[in-house]
Design a protein around this ligand. Structure first.
Ligand SMILES: [Zn+2]
Length: 319
């Protein structure tokens, strides 16, 4: 077995590329580059190629030392053909990542989605190590999840299983970016909390979060956390409401899939422990008694690296 693989986490604002030791799961080195969707798909490919070349040169490695390049991208993927079908946050459509990277490297290329690679990382070396039936739920700008059954990812008939963010929690509810109304993501994501806080501030509600806000910039998870620490009424209320909805989503997962474990991660979970604690307590209370008695909750433990580590193991799936 070759010792190293390259894992790439292709996000909306940055590309994290890592040289991962396949025996230990350790990140031996990494390169981070910013992405701008205005610059187009070829710019993304160029940055991935540059990152891989930098890692090889800096670590005195050749292409022959690398077993695979695994790429995880937020969006819909054709895993078998290595094509990123649609990634709206990158403005990428029908981008053949495998073909593009193989113009530069004679290394097998595998593609998965962002939550899927994080789930693989957490299963191999993180919070879900040793567990075969679990669900990963990541809460940040949006809400994504991955379902693992008998150690295998359940991807569904069209490869889109796990879209918990678009489970409908209110039939006549808030509009969602997907075009539907009342999706969980419109109630329990960081952006949903942001919209609620901004709406209240516009109506004249007072909150200490105003001290952290910058014109034209988003409300971050850390601003939310600082306001919670200061026991701010408005922010506490908006976060509690989001936790109430997310706990409903998790209770639905618990009742429907009956997993052993739910791993929660993403910016909002990492930064705001109040949100995490409230969510898991309420989720257990809202679930049916039998699955609720068994369910375990854990925070994702690999942080920013869960995606790149998981991506380095996409090759084990074989396509
Ligand atoms: Zn939706």
């Amino acid at each position: 077995m070759k010792r190293y693989a390259i894992g790439i986490d292709l996000g909306g604002t940055k590309i994290l590329t890592a040289l991962v030791n396949r025996e230990t799961g350790e990140v031996a080195a990494h390169v981070k580059k910013k992405t701008k969707k205005e610059k187009g798909a070829q710019n993304i490919i160029r940055k991935m190629v540059e990152s891989i070349e930098e890692l090889l040169v800096d670590n005195n490695l050749n292409q022959e030392d690398i077993s695979s390049i695994g790429v995880g991208a937020a969006g819909q993927n054709d895993r078998a053909n290595g094509i990123l079908i649609a990634a709206p946050n990158l403005d990428c459509y029908n981008l053949n990542i495998r073909e593009e990277l193989q113009k530069h490297f004679n290394i097998p290329v595998y593609l998965g989605n962002d939550v899927e690679i994080a789930a693989i990382g957490e299963m191999k070396f993180g919070a879900a190590k040793g567990c075969k039936d679990f669900v990963c739920v990541f809460v940040g700008t949006g809400i994504g999840s991955a379902i693992v059954k008998n150690g295998q990812l359940i991807t569904g008939a069209t490869g889109t299983a796990g879209e918990i963010g678009h489970v409908i929690v209110d039939l006549n509810g808030r509009p969602c970016a997907c075009g539907a109304h009342g999706c969980l993501e419109a109630y329990a994501s960081r952006s949903a909390i942001e919209t609620r806080i901004e709406g209240a501030l516009k109506k004249g509600r007072k909150s200490c979060i105003s001290e952290y806000l910058e014109e034209g910039k988003a409300i971050t998870s850390s601003m939310i956390q600082k306001s919670i620490e200061r026991e701010d009424d408005l922010v506490t209320q908006c976060v509690s409401e989001a936790a109430e909805y997310l706990s409903g989503g998790l209770a639905s997962i618990i009742n429907f899939i009956n997993p052993e474990l739910i791993v929660l991660g993403g910016g909002l979970i990492n930064a705001v422990d109040f949100f995490y604690q409230k969510t898991i307590k309420k989720a257990r209370a809202k679930s049916l008694p039998v699955p609720a008695a068994k369910i375990e909750f854990k925070k994702a433990s690999l942080g920013d690296y869960s995606g790149v580590i998981g991506a380095a193991f996409l090759e084990d799936r074989g396509y």
